[in-house]
Design a protein around this ligand. Structure first.
Ligand code: GTP
Ligand code: MG
Length: 137
């Protein structure tokens, strides 16, 4: 099986959707390997999203991601990376398919409820950004 990294974003935590999103994730067959609740600084958000540094929305994105508590987590199943992206739905919830997490819980392209790694190398970087080895057994 494969591991991926996910975050329940500040909008979803604020609205009280955390448990409902975790239920969708478990129902889809993912094992929750590790999870914690914390708030990150703008600098930590900038480090996490460094690949987007040149994008016009980088300031808005990192401001938002540091605006309140989040639930970073490590998930495991066969094809975890691709399957989580499918379960999340399109980045813009207006384009997300029926039944996806973003369709159900996201408000806009900026406040879109959940993050999921897009490849094996980014998953490895993102897991290491939030979790130590002893938290991943
Ligand atoms: P993540 O799982 O969060 O990485 O989403 P994604 O892979 O579907 O989208 P992408 O990596 O292209 O963009 C990262 C995040 O930047 C998105 O999830 C959005 O929260 C945010 N984002 C993308 N486009 C826009 C935009 O046009 N405006 C704003 N405010 N945020 C955006
Ligand atoms: Mg992405």
């Amino acid at each position: 099986s494969q591991r991926t990294f996910s975050i329940i974003k500040p909008d979803a935590v604020r609205k009280g959707y955390s448990a409902a999103i975790l239920a969708e994730i478990e129902k889809a067959g993912f094992k929750i390997v590790s999870i914690k609740r914390l708030s990150i600084s703008k600098a930590q958000a900038e480090g996490f999203y460094h690949v987007h540094a040149a994008r016009p929305f980088f300031g808005e994105l990192t401001e938002f991601m540091s605006s309140g508590p989040i639930f970073p987590m490590v998930l495991e199943k066969d094809n975890a990376i691709t399957d989580l992206r499918k379960l999340m739905g399109a980045t813009n919830p207006a384009q997300a398919e029926e039944g996806t997490i973003r369709k159900k819980f996201a408000a806009s392209i900026g406040e879109n409820a959940i993050h999921g790694s897009d490849a094996e190398d980014t998953a490895a970087f993102e897991i290491g950004y939030f979790f130590a080895g002893y938290e991943l057994k």
